[in-house]
Design a protein around this ligand. Sequence first.
Ligand SMILES: N[C@@H](CCC(=O)N[C@@H](CS)C(=O)NCC(=O)O)C(=O)O
Length: 295
Amino acid sequence: MTDTYTPPKVWEWESESGGRFANINRPIAGPTHDEELKVGKHPFQLYSLGTPNGVKVTIMFEELLELGITEAEYDAWLVNIGEGKQFSSGFVDVNPNSKIPALMDHSTNPPTRLFESASMLLYLAEKFGKFLPTDHHKRAEAINWLFWVQGSAPFLGGGFGHFYAYAPEKWEYPINRYAMEVKRQMDVLDRHLADNEYLAGDEYSVADMGTFPWYGGMARGVLYEAGEFLQVQDYKNVQRWAKQLNERPGVKRGMMVNRPYGEPETQLHERHDASDFENNTQDKRIARGEVPAPE
Ligand SMILES: N[C@@H](CCC(=O)N[C@@H](CS)C(=O)NCC(=O)O)C(=O)O
């Protein structure tokens, strides 16, 4: 690959394009293999991974459970996208777009399939009458910001994150282009959060849950190790908002679910019961032999 490239008349799939995730990228949809999804005991079955898109939904479930809504109990199954599990026949039946998260609601007859994280947030908010303001203007504002994050985050993840952290080489043009856009987006949020406690105003909503994993992660410097590069400490209002959300027990738990990386105490590979979090302490993991005892 070179810096200058003249596109041929017809694009062709060059399967060895390089970069992290190159092995799972392909130009066709549909399943690659037959494999059914597992179904646990709870009304909701989530098939996901603890990426920013995945944890939007586990935060929502944990926030609903935090309110005592037991009908929101869920099983969260780990989908390893690096191994191509999003292309199984069972997964594609739930999400024809082959991306985590995918969700089934078995409390309806027939069960309801959900794909797209924001669709799940809205579905759950409407089903349980929580985290979506009922006031006309606040509700519109919550939906504005939820759509904003769905439209904006691909520039952060697929644009900036890809070229800054995952591409086979560092190219100045795309890194500049997306660094500029991500800083502009951070400033959009920063100006709005100067006059608003939460994205929809004074009510915590699905808009915050959808936005926090991406832009809160960026503000906390945990995404792509790009905190210094993008000088994220300058976005003071985003910093305040991210800190505030990060303190919420539902957010803390949601961020752990389906997370197979990071510090051991931040990981909960699958979640099938509320007690799974308690059993995740370092002491108990050492006792089960999952991690070595300190010297
Ligand atoms: N717009 C989608 C994006 C989902 C998405 O991009 N998921 C990524 C992980 S964060 C994925 O599953 N990638 C696997 C692949 O592209 O094959 C949503 O919000 O649900």
